[in-house]
Write a protein that binds this ligand. Structure first.
Ligand code: NDP
Length: 452
């Protein structure tokens, strides 16, 4: 880049000050740099371009400062043009920014091929995401994550917003809720047209597996046909939308190999697993046939206190807490030898987001890679409250799942680790600790309130 005259960039700098950093922050904190300057980029700066010019933004030292400026940049007014340097020339930038910048640089390059521009200049508009099932466990954690990344977030719901207050309380005011029905194409088209997302995360589905035997048709309608309906709407409204499909380890049912990888053949055994297998394959079909950017996350069980008490880890955590407080005496469970691969929900939604930031769409197993028995879960939860579990736990045949009981579901998360750089931050023992502590707190709070 040749010498740059201050006068040429003054209007753009004003725009930058106004829309990105706020007039007060930026005074004296931008300066024009030449190519040598960019090579000297230190730990305390981000390199951006305004129009055809480069600026160095001083951000203050350290990852946190850079991340804050970076997130303000991502929330930039859409008329700000940011010069995207190849990632390798910005060695000290946060990895998420590098990945995002690199992906957008390539997209811009494709768009601008043949225009004769010497440099590639891309616009970074605010990213927008639409989440179906936003009020559920994963939807609510994902909404929080995306907001923290500077996204505008909209969510499809089917009931009054107040129903979702317990999960969405922290962010309810900051997301747009849209009424739409997964089986009603016009309503989906409208939702997409109104919210104009860059990314759609399809999380809506009946998620309690045993119930799918009671509601097999409804399960198929929403978890299978609903996926097609949403893909059709995307194709009609904006085929550039990136699409995430919530696949599940239940598609492997009685698995043909253990641990399972993205290549393991599907062999579901429940109506839920079969419906999810359909959703998985239809997302592949649309990726192959129409070139949609569709990724399936094959997620293994992941938990938090945002799941209802029907789900085993919460049920066990609640019982251990209640028994330790003298509120209950017995926990009835099915097969204590059944095994699962359990993780913590906020870790798993991070993987969903990362999948849509890659250059190419593909599927990923998201799992801890560790197989634990129900007995391990129970022992760990009771140990947390200082009790032996044996005197309190009864294995009741009425809770057994029969042929649908699964023993060998454990995922190999290698691809997610290598391509996405994803690893879980919470171990099995820590997960159980989080659940039990939350139940202890909530029950103790209830006791205190009722005795007041
Ligand atoms: P939740 O049950 O917490 O959330 C599911 C969401 O889907 C809810 O907001 C629910 O809305 C919505 N939903 C359910 N049925 C319908 C329907 N017929 N129409 C519209 N919305 C509907 O599940 P999770 O957040 O745990 O899971 C998210 C997704 O990931 C699901 O698709 C699940 O199958 C899948 N998955 C989950 C795993 C896990 O361990 N958590 C593992 C693997 C996959 P409402 O509140 O109105 O009922």
């Amino acid at each position: 880049m040749g010498a740059v005259h201050e006068d040429e960039i003054e209007p753009r700098v004003r725009q930058l000050r106004k829309h990105v950093l706020g007039a007060s922050d930026v005074e004296g904190h931008t300066r024009v740099v030449d190519s040598a300057g960019s090579a000297r980029l230190a730990n305390s700066a981000l390199l951006v371009g305004v129009g055809r010019h480069r600026l160095m933004l001083r951000t203050g030292r350290g990852e946190d400062e850079r991340a804050r400026t970076c997130s303000r940049l991502q929330r930039a007014h859409s008329s700000l043009y940011v010069l995207l340097e190849p990632a390798e020339s910005l060695p000290s930038q946060p990895p998420e920014l590098l990945a995002a910048v690199e992906a957008r640089r390539r997209a811009a390059q494709r768009l601008r091929e043949g225009t004769g521009h010497e440099r590639i200049i891309a616009r970074i508009p605010k990213r927008r995401a639409l989440i179906t099932g936003v009020g559920g466990q994963d939807g609510s954690f994902l909404a929080e994550l995306l907001l923290s990344q500077g996204y505008e977030v909209a969510g499809i719901v089917r009931r009054q917003p107040s129903v979702y207050a317990s999960n969405l309380g922290a962010v309810l005011e900051r997301i747009e809720l849209v009424d739409a029905d997964l089986l009603d194409r016009p309503s989906l088209n409208r939702a997409l047209e109104e919210t104009r997302p860059h990314e759609v995360f399809n999380l809506a589905a009946p998620s309690f597996v045993p119930r799918s035997w009671d509601e097999p048709v409804l399960t198929a309608e929403f978890a299978a046909v609903g996926v097609t309906s949403l893909l059709e709407a995307i194709r009609a409204v904006d085929p550039d939308i990136r699409f995430y499909q919530a696949s599940s380890s239940e598609i492997f049912g009685r698995p043909l190999e253990t641990p399972q990888t993205e290549e393991t053949p599907l062999s579901p055994v429940t109506p839920y697993g079969v419906a999810k297998a359909y959703g998985h394959f239809i997302a592949h079909s649309y990726r192959d046939r129409y070139g949609l950017f569709a990724c399936c996350g094959i997620l293994y069980n992941h938990e938090s206190i945002r799941r209802p008490l029907d789900f085993l880890p919460r049920k066990v955590a609640r019982a251990a807490a209640a028994i330790s407080l003298g509120l209950e005496s017995t926990l009835r469970l099915g097969d204590l030898d059944a095994r699962r691969d359990w993780g913590y929900a906020p870790d798993y939604v991070r993987a969903m987001w990362l999948m849509l930031q890659q250059d190419e769409p593909q599927d990923y197993i998201v799992a801890s890679g560790e197989s634990r028995s129900v007995r391990d879960l129970v022992a760990c939860a009771f140990a947390r409250v200082g009790l032996e579990f044996e005197p309190h736990v009864v294995s009741d045949p009425a809770f057994r799942r029969g042929v649908a009981e699964l023993h060998d579901l454990v995922g190999d998360p290698n691809r997610a680790r290598e391509v996405l750089g994803w690893t879980p931050s919470v171990t099995f023992e820590e997960l159980v600790g989080i659940l039990v502590d939350a139940e202890l707190q909530s029950l103790s709070h209830g006791q205190a309130a009722s005795s007041a």
